[in-house]
Design a binder for this molecule. Sequence first.
Ligand code: SF4
Length: 292
Amino acid sequence: MGAPSNFILPDGNVQIAFSGGRTSGKMLHDIIQANQPWPADRVKVVFTNTGKERSETLDFVRECEERWGVPIVWLEYRLRWTGAPHDPKNKIFDTGAHSFEVVSYETASRNGEPFEQIIEYFGFLPNRVADFCSHNLKSRTARRYCVASGWKHWTTAIGIRADEPKRILKKQPKERYRVWYPLNEAGDTKHDVSLFWLFQPFDLELLNIDGVTPTGNCDGCFKKSERKRAEFARSEWHHAEWWSAQERKYGGTFDKTTSWDQLHEYISKQGDWLFGDNDALCQRDGGECAPW
Ligand code: SF4
């Protein structure tokens, strides 16, 4: 476990990206502990809701806020077309269309509404190669909020552990912010995260397998293995159906080989179907969807 000094805030404005998972939850806790009194005038803790987060995640974010006494800004992506009429051929360059809204635990979307809006903007479904959802629904939404708050430069704290070295940027972004990885600098691994939550009076109410939360992030995220998505479709088709509805609407699939309807059919007809175990990117490391 890292020393408190690893979590002392850098100078200037700081955005703490809290994904609603155990890893960034520990990061937030340790930063709060190391920085009292809390400098609320220059630090914002941001949770970006995609609308496909688990209800347990939303409960967890609210509980962290209440128990630790630090305000968390709940944000959601919003699509606001600016041109009229909108030209679908050029829409990707119509940056004025992107916006955000500050929401709360009570008003947060729970049926994929922000996610549907970013799909509408691009006109096709995200996938493992074109994962525009994470950038737009999360990091860019948080960035817009920081700019709207009048920040010109800031640091973004991201919860990436020491056992996820491939997720650390080799170079700082050429933008108005730099990225800070306090957990990584502290040498914290998934075992440390797991141990930390073992001794807390509350926890994220999702399965914890040695520091990894297989059902975390968006419920049907296409970076999860076929096996995880099949299990989700089997046990919670009422939530998985949203992914299937998007595939029907846009005539594509989130996964390059199997549609959600096919997955559902395999499970219904053949419960012992051999599913692939291939997670991708953050899901492979058991990490959280937290791009920069
Ligand atoms: S968890 Fe998966 S589906 Fe959700 S925003 Fe991240 S990459 Fe996209």
